[in-house]
Design a protein around this ligand. Structure first.
Ligand SMILES: *Cc1c(COP(=O)(O)O)cnc(C)c1O
Length: 231
C-alpha cells in the first residue's frame, strides 16, 4: 500500500469524525454519545493499520471467517479493540463468533440466540448482544420482523438467558432512511433496549439525529470495496 492511499483513508476518517461531531452538536447530543464502528470488511490489515494508529478501536466485520483471519494478530497489538459482528450468523459459527467478537449485532432468531448462549457458557466469554431488525420487512434481508421483535427479545431473556443491549437495522437501500431509523428508535423505547446501531456511509448523520448510539461506516473511511457485498 502506498503512502498516499493510507493518507486518503486518514482524510476520510477525519471527515467522518467531523461529520459525526457536527451532526451530534446540531441536535444537542454530546459527541461521545455516538460510537463510530469502522467497517473494515474486504480490507486487509495493512489498510486497517493507519486507522488503528489514528486511535480508532471499534471495528465491524460481516463475516466470521474473514474476521478470524485478520483480527487476532491486530488484537495482540491493540488489546483494547472492540470488534463488532454486523453480518448474518450461522449457528455452526456461533462458537467462533463468541471467541472473536466483543459485540454481536445480528441475533435475529431463537436458534442463533441459543447457539450463542451455549457458546458463551462453554467459552466462559460473554460478548454484548444486539438484535437485528428487518426494519423495511424486505424478504431478502436478515433480521427479525418488527412485529416479532417483542417475542424474540422475550425468548433471548427468558429461554436463552441472553441480555440484549441494542437493536441494529439496515434500511432499504432505495428509500429515505429517516422513517426507518425513527421506527427502530421507537421499537427500542417500547422494548426498553438502550442502544441503537444504525446509519452507514450514506446516511449516518440522519441516524445521529434519530439517536443512533453506533454508526457503522465503511466506504466513507476505507474507500469503495472491491466487490459489492450483499447485505
Ligand atoms: C458494509 C456494511 C456497512 C458499511 O457500509 P458503508 O456504506 O460502506 O458505510 C454497515 N453495516 C453493515 C451491516 C454492512 O454490511
Amino acid at each position: 500500500m502506498t503512502e498516499s492511499r493510507s493518507h486518503d483513508r486518514l482524510a476520510g476518517l477525519r471527515d467522518v469524525r467531523e461529520r459525526i461531531a457536527r451532526a451530534a452538536r446540531d441536535v444537542g447530543r454530546p459527541e461521545d454519545a455516538v460510537a463510530l464502528v469502522c467497517v473494515s470488511k474486504n480490507f486487509d490489515a495493512e489498510a486497517i493499520a493507519p486507522i488503528l494508529a489514528a486511535g480508532e478501536r471499534i471495528f465491524g466485520e460481516n463475516k466470521v471467517q474473514e474476521a478470524a483471519e485478520k483480527w487476532p494478530a491486530l488484537r495482540a497489538r491493540y488489546p483494547d479493540l472492540q470488534l463488532h459482528l454486523i453480518g448474518p450468523l450461522q449457528s455452526n459459527k456461533a462458537e467462533q463468533a463468541v471467541e472473536i467478537f466483543d459485540v454481536i449485532e445480528t441475533i435475529d432468531r431463537p436458534k442463533i440466540a441459543l447457539a450463542l448462549a451455549a457458546a458463551a457458557r462453554k467459552l466462559n466469554r460473554t460478548p454484548e448482544f444486539f438484535v437485528q431488525v428487518n426494519i423495511g420487512e424486505e424478504p431478502q434481508k436478515s433480521g427479525v420482523l418488527p412485529g416479532d421483535l417483542g417475542e424474540l427479545l422475550g425468548f433471548c431473556r427468558d429461554e436463552a438467558g441472553l441480555k440484549i443491549s441494542g437493536l441494529m437495522c439496515i434500511p432499504p437501500v432505495d428509500q429515505l432512511a429517516s422513517p426507518f431509523f425513527a421506527m427502530l428508535k421507537k421499537l427500542a423505547a417500547q422494548q426498553g433496549v438502550q442502544k441503537l446501531s444504525m446509519g452507514m456511509s450514506g446516511d449516518f448523520e440522519l441516524a445521529i439525529q434519530l439517536d443512533a448510539t453506533h454508526v457503522r461506516v465503511g466506504s466513507a473511511i476505507f474507500g469503495a470495496r472491491k466487490a459489492p457485498i450483499a447485505i
